[in-house]
Design a protein around this ligand. Structure first.
Ligand code: ADP
Length: 467
């Protein structure tokens, strides 16, 4: 069986969040289970495309409305990722130093059209086309209803929703950008008087998955306007929990770490990283270290951090280190807090893959007060690195973290507001005081198996049911 994944992100080529981690790992594990799994993504103007040599495998032209664009399909000369990857180069639209911008309609519509034009002429067609998020959400519609792609209509399509908050909405004014299609199917493109690629994908894909079972249940109640649709299509929907890529996220081999460690050496391994972090960021290593890593957006609850951190630093015995970027106001609040709080608090505003790995390794606790968390990979990385997660009980966090008071290993809270977050941090500090229990729990969480093996197999079972 041959599967083609289409995605805007893929680690290590282009990563904004968890989508990249999933698309960079799942194909590897599927290949090891005997499914030939490949990825198609845009050719951005970024480090990976600058540093590698590519071979052209196809070139042609396509039309977006009345404008013609040339495109090429490129492949790295060597298979560096453990699976085959094809990059679509549309110089005027996709060759940008960023992955996303404020208006991506033309970029991702073009990506999808070019990808389908390339697939159309492949001698050996994929057995399944697996789309990820709204950036590739019009593919199932186009394969079924556009005149040009009719020969692809019997290839099963799967949509994975990594985040239903973003849906790729655009106006009906651009409907003629979609290649000619059966006009009686116009309704499939529409949701609330807009063209909504995520809604269209939910309607047209053969199967829809989300990245955790609990998130699928939550989407039936609240999905940024699509809850009724998800409920109506629930027969073809299933939640499959993401895994983590042990070839990248393993403290025994992680290339970003300054000292490797296993369960038996967790104490010295984590101490070395905590010491490094505390020196680098001028924090007191004697206090428990609580970290946050992620996008500074409302869904992650990060708007509450300036107030929460200010109160916690004043009243509790804890060091806090944050790595992230996003909302301007939150960034300002977090920067301002640095003044007068040296020793207890620091923040790195930006994106830094290497630092993130060291933080998973050196922290005592990782906090995730998410309002929406489709799966959440951070808490799984943190478990693997022996860092206790402090999480709200939403989405995949509920599927993966059990509270210490319920026989589990994490600290959970139900309401995302300042008092509940502060209370959970205080619980973490108290837990840290019982070093015997704390150290035992560390060892225990490192052994929890969140590898991709089971999840990759669940996707294969899903593909098999469609062929
Ligand atoms: P989301 O996809 O919603 O951002 P996930 O938990 O699924 O959240 O995945 C987040 C991924 O992005 C993790 O690998 C996390 O370590 C990484 N990440 C997020 N922000 C940063 C940052 N500022 N620097 C380094 N890594 C980051």
């Amino acid at each position: 069986m041959k599967t083609l994944h289409l995605s805007a992100e893929c680690y290590p080529i282009a990563k904004i969040g968890g989508l990249a981690d999933v698309v960079g790992a799942l194909p590897k594990y599927q290949n090891s289970l005997g499914v030939e799994s490949q990825v198609v993504m845009p050719f951005y103007d970024i480090k990976f495309t600058q540093d590698n040599i590519f071979t052209k495998v196809y070139s042609a032209e396509f039309k977006l409305g009345t404008t013609s664009y040339k495109f090429e399909v490129l492949k790295p000369k060597t298979n560096i990722l453990g699976f085959e990857i094809f990059l679509i180069d549309i110089p005027e639209l996709l060759f940008t130093p960023y992955v996303y911008s404020n208006d991506d309609t033309d970029r991702f519509l073009s990506f999808q059209i070019a990808a389908l034009n390339w697939i159309l002429q492949l001698k050996e067609k994929p057995d399944v086309i697996h789309c990820h998020d709204h950036h590739t959400g019009l593919i199932p519609f186009m394969m079924s209803h556009c005149n040009a792609y009719k020969s692809l209509q019997n290839i099963p399509t799967v949509l994975t929703i990594h985040n239903a908050q973003y849906q790729g909405w655009f106006s009906h004014d651009k409907v003629n950008y979609i290649p000619k299609f059966d006009l009686t199917k116009m309704g499939l493109l529409d949701w609330d008087n807009c063209i909504n690629p995520l809604a269209t994908a939910i309607k047209c894909a053969w199967r829809v998955t989300t990245v955790s079972p609990n998130y699928m249940e939550e989407l039936k109640v609240e999905a940024n306007g699509l809850q009724a649709l998800i409920k109506a299509e629930s027969d073809k929907c299933i939640g499959i929990l993401n895994g983590i890529d042990f070839s990248v996220w393993n403290p025994e081999t992680d290339a970003y770490l300054i000292k490797h460690y296993a369960v038996s050496s967790v104490q010295s391994g984590k101490n070395a990283h905590k010491k490094w972090l505390c020196k680098e960021f001028e924090l007191d290593p004697k206090k428990p270290l609580l970290v946050f890593i992620g996008r500074l957006v409302v869904e992650k609850g990060s708007d509450l951090f300036p107030e929460v951190f200010e109160k916690v630093i004043k009243n509790s015995n804890v060091s806090i280190l944050l790595l992230g970027s996003g909302d301007e106001l939150t960034q300002k609040g977090l920067q301002a807090l640095k003044e007068n709080n040296s020793g207890s608090y620091n923040a790195f505003i930006g994106y830094d893959e290497a630092l993130s790995h060291k933080m998973y390794a050196g922290a005592d606790f990782l906090i995730m007060p998410s309002r929406v968390e489709p799966c959440g990979l951070n808490q799984m990385y943190s478990l693997r690195y022996g860092t206790i997660p402090v999480v709200s009980t939403v989405g995949g966090l509920k599927d993966t973290v059990i509270d210490i008071e319920e026989g589990g290993f994490g600290i959970c809270f139900d309401e995302v507001d300042v008092p509940h977050i502060i209370h959970s941090i205080e619980r973490a500090i108290k837990f840290y005081e019982d070093q015997n229990r704390f150290r035992k729990t560390r060892k225990r969480i490192m052994k929890i198996d969140h590898s991709w093996d089971a999840s990759a197999q669940s996707y294969i079972t899903l593909y098999n049911s469609l062929n």
